[in-house]
Every structure is written in C-alpha cells, then in structure tokens.
Design a protein around this ligand. Structure first.
Ligand SMILES: NC(=O)c1ccc[n+]([C@@H]2O[C@H](COP(=O)([O-])OP(=O)(O)OC[C@H]3O[C@@H](n4cnc5c(N)ncnc54)[C@H](O)[C@@H]3O)[C@@H](O)[C@H]2O)c1
Length: 290
C-alpha cells in the first residue's frame, strides 16, 4: 500500500507528490547523511582552509572527490592526504575556473574519471588580498575579483550542468559569504560578488525546479584555518588582528570558526538529509549576519 493511494494521479503528477521521500521516516539520520559513492567536484579543493576541509569531509562520508584547483600541486597534496586518511577515492585536476574552456575540460575530465557528477561545490574564491576602500581599487583588480568570485561560479556551474541535466539529478553548492548579506569595511567588490552568488543560487534553483537538481549557498563568516592562524603571530600580525575586531564584536557565537565547521554544513546540504534546503543561503557565521 502506498501513501499516495486514493490521490488522483493528476494531483500526484502536478505536485510531484511521488517525489516525497517517505523512506526517510524509517531511516536513521546518520544514514541519510552518508554520501557513499557520490561523485563530487570541489573547485578550489587544494585550498589550505575551506577547500581541503570540504574535500576531507566528503571523503570521510564515502564520496569520490575531484579536487579542482589552479594550483595542481596543492590539490594533489590534499587528494593524497584525503585518500589516505579516509580510504577514499580522491584525485586532483588542474583548472582555472575563470576560463570557460579550461573549467569545462576539467569538469569533463572529472566526470569521465568518476562516471558522472552528482555534486558540485563552488568553493574557489577569495578577496585576492585586495582589501581596501572601493575608490582605491583599480579597474583591473575589480575585474579579477569578479572573474574569480562570480564568473568562476557561473562557468563551473554551467560545466557541471552538462552532466547533471541528462541524469536529472544533482546538487550545486555555492560558497558565498556572510559578507554577501551584510556590509563590511573594505570588501565592496568582493562582497558584491558574494551577494551575486546568493542571487544566482536563488534564480538557478527556480530555473531547475522541474528537475531533481538543487542549488544552495553556504555563507561562512570568519574562518581561522591554518592561513589565518599563521597571520596572528610575527611580523604584520597587528594589522591582521585589527581586521578581526569589527567582525568579532558582531558574533553571537563568541568565537570564530574552523573551516571544518563550514564543511560540515556543506556535507549535510549535499546529503539526502539536507536535500530540501534549496535556493537559499545558509549562514555558518556564528551570528555575523544576524
Ligand atoms: N577565509 C574566510 O574566512 C572566508 C570567509 C567567507 C567566505 N569565504 C569563501 O570561502 C571559499 C574558500 O576560501 P578560503 O579562504 O577558505 O580558501 P581555500 O583554502 O578554499 O583556497 C581557495 C583555493 O582556490 C584556488 N583558486 C584560486 N583561484 C582559482 C581559480 N581561478 N581556479 C581554480 N582554483 C582557484 C586556490 O589555489 C586555493 O587552493 C571562497 O569562496 C571564499 O570567498 C572564505
């Protein structure tokens, strides 16, 4: 007996009632969070902060992971460490997400190696150390920030959709920022790209609503990974610590986060347990944007 018995077929079809995941009620939540055999592409997967944390989280949950990065050596290091730590299939692919042809060929290569793509995490991004008042940012630097933080997301997503649309299944997770929801000093161009990534996620999800492909954004606040921690000591540390002050005072969590805490949310949203979180931007910022 089906839970849909007695409901008119046209109603079932019109509202996709047959897509309701009834089996979830009888499945343990930790089982719903497993990603065994999922085929995942993580851009910027060679990153020492969030990139590696996401790759490790997926590998730990049993996924196959392609770490795409401009820096092949770093991506290879992350892939080797994650494969070894979690007995997982993780490999590195060189890619520049700002280059349409390059990212398409890297995504196609990843899909060929894994037999398809189920999940794309658009993680590659960053302020390119171009923090400062808007009026002081040179036009060529504005373009570099937009290329990486907006075009990188659009191009990688478009490349992954070539694989997700034919299978009518997939998940696109865009790493935005709490800065995409609020104003912060010296980050006008970068934060605008993150606002755009949130808007893109919302609109993409709408366009994909008749498919089984979902899109969601994740907004980190201030993560203190190995790079940030290294800046808190030694020469120039006063400036790095001073920048933290204004963010810290806004935090309700009373501390910054580790990249792994953001990666936990990415893994949850990629799993069946997080599937219904769609078209929105989830803050993992310790209250920074609230
Ligand atoms: N660091 C933070 O506190 C923070 C806060 C909010 C949002 N974010 C966002 O989180 C994401 C990860 O940032 P992170 O600081 O943790 O860095 P990360 O450790 O994930 O490193 C980023 C990686 O992206 C790669 N990359 C750079 N340009 C590329 C390109 N053109 N093509 C392919 N790869 C490229 C770099 O080589 C690097 O390995 C970014 O989107 C960033 O904007 C970071």
């Amino acid at each position: 007996m089906s839970k849909l018995d007695g409901i008119a077929p046209e109603v079932v079809e019109r509202y996709h009632l047959d897509r309701l995941p009834f089996h979830q009620a009888a499945t343990a939540p930790d089982e719903l969070m497993r990603l065994r055999g999922a085929r995942v592409v993580v851009t910027g997967g060679g990153g020492a902060d969030l990139g590696q944390a996401i790759v490790h989280r997926f590998a730990a949950l049993g996924a196959h992971v392609a770490a795409l990065d401009l820096d092949l050596e770093s991506a290879q290091r992350v892939a080797d460490e994650a494969s070894k730590s979690w007995d997982a299939q993780v490999f590195a692919v060189k890619a520049d997400v700002t280059d349409w042809n390059d990212v398409h060929s890297a995504v196609n290569q990843a899909a060929e190696s894994m037999g398809g793509i189920d999940i794309l995490v658009n993680n590659a991004g960053g302020g390119l150390k171009l923090h400062g008042p808007f009026v002081d940012i040179r036009p060529e630097d504005m373009r570099r920030i937009v290329d990486l933080n907006l075009f990188g997301v659009l191009f990688s997503t478009r490349a992954a959709l070539d694989h997700m649309l034919p299978q009518d299944r997939g998940r696109i997770i865009n790493i935005a920022s709490e800065g995409g929801k609020i104003s912060l000093d010296g980050l006008a161009v970068y934060n605008s790209c993150k606002s755009a990534a949130i808007g893109f996620t919302r609109n993409l999800a709408r366009e994909l609503k008749e498919t089984r492909i979902g899109a969601v954004a994740v907004c980190p606040g201030v993560m203190v990974g190995p790079h940030a921690l290294a800046r808190f000591s030694g020469e120039g540390s006063e400036a790095s610590i001073a920048v933290l002050g204004s963010s810290y005072d806004k935090l309700t969590a009373g501390r910054f986060s580790l990249p792994e805490e953001v990666a936990n949310m990415v893994a949850f949203l990629a799993s069946e347990a997080g599937e219904y979180v769609n078209g929105t931007a989830v803050s993992v910022g310790g209250g920074l944007s609230d």
